[in-house]
Write a protein that binds this ligand. Sequence first.
Ligand code: IPE
Ligand code: IPE
Ligand code: MG
Length: 238
Amino acid sequence: MGESERSVPRHVAIIMDGNGRWAARRGLPRVEGHIAGAEKVKDLLRYAKEFGVEYLTLYAFSTENWKRPKEEVDALMELLSRFIGEYLEEMKKEEVRFLVTGRMDALPERAVQDLKRAIAETAEFRGHTLIVALNYGGRAEIVDAARKIAEEARAGTLDPARIDEPLFARHLYLPEIPDPDLMIRTSGELRLSNFLLWELSYAEFYVTETFWPDFSREEFQKAIEAYTKRNRRFGGRK
Ligand code: IPE
Ligand code: IPE
Ligand code: MG
């Protein structure tokens, strides 16, 4: 395929950063930034459908975010349940499959229940998939995969000599989801912050200074356009 004809990314992963700075800029408490950020998620899913992006993965809470003050963590978990409550009907109407990546079972019980219900009630849909990374860490995911593989080896169902990249990838949290093609980070930080370490190996990166609650349809389109102009070589010499 020629560079000018590269199609839209099939899977876009986004580090939704800058809610706190967005709020501070307005003299508001941080939680107001998180509320505005959650509203933006609903818009993003509409844009993804419009632009033909099949899979959208959104980084909402990292394994390191537990280090934040308890009030902020509690507010984020509360917001999560509220978001699912408000949004589940729309996801069903729009036939969007909802998935979670991360150590979901270590989240507060109420959140786990809400998430599991949303996953179950949208499981039949295949057109568009929204994946929310919650209590997610790229290192934790790799460690969890290693543990599963070690258990199979100990049980005698897996020969360690058979461990290769495809086998390892099948033990990650969501083995059936293709790797992201494009990774977007809002609010300017040039780092991964432990997001999808394995899956982003060959993703194209796009960073914008815009804070997450201000991320617009135009900005999303700009990121996709930038992607279509990239020359993905995967280590070769195309
Ligand atoms: C991203 O916004 C949301 C989460 C990490 C939960 P931040 O809360 O990190 O906002 P900044 O980076 O402090 O502006
Ligand atoms: C990454 O943002 C995690 C999420 C957006 C959920 P952080 O704000 O936690 O990352 P650092 O601390 O700037 O690396
Ligand atoms: Mg941040």
